[in-house]
Design a binder for this molecule. Sequence first.
Ligand code: PNS
Length: 171
Amino acid sequence: MHNGLAQKRSHAIYPGSFDPPTSGHMDVIVRAATIFTTVTVAVVVNPQKRSPHFTLDEREEMLRRCTAAYPNVRVDHFRGLLADYVKAIEADVIVKGLRVVSDFENEMAFAHMNRSLSNVDTMFLMSDSAYSFVSSSLIKEVYLQGGDISKYVPDVVLEYMHQKRLAQGRI
Ligand code: PNS
């Protein structure tokens, strides 16, 4: 049937710090990959307000390994404004996950600003409730204090967490 919609290709950007990627991030990526023709997972070079635990290369490597089974998912990075990057790669939509109501307030302002700057809309996927409390910062804190995070990160990420801890001399 030629209704135009069936033939539309769509390129979504899923931006974030991914320091490190969590199972919550993976859930959003996999669901987005079933909705959009292409999903670019875009790692921000310098996360706001903090120096990252993992280097940019490590964050990209982890994401590439975690998404290797999904041929329409690519991993990239960007500096500066997301809106400029979205325009530069001619993406159709920004995708974000919403875990809890308090995420919404910030995300609403980001979505309005990004649309105003780039004319690209943001679409939200509700995070799986199993991951509603999972964040990269909480994962790092629990792991570095000896807690078990294996339910909340992909195996690849757990491996990188172990390696980083060894490299930093914390056994
Ligand atoms: O995983 P995070 O840290 O929640 O991701 C935040 C991110 C990278 C999506 C956001 O900080 C961002 O878009 N940074 C790029 C700079 C920018 O465009 N700032 C204005 C946002 S309206």
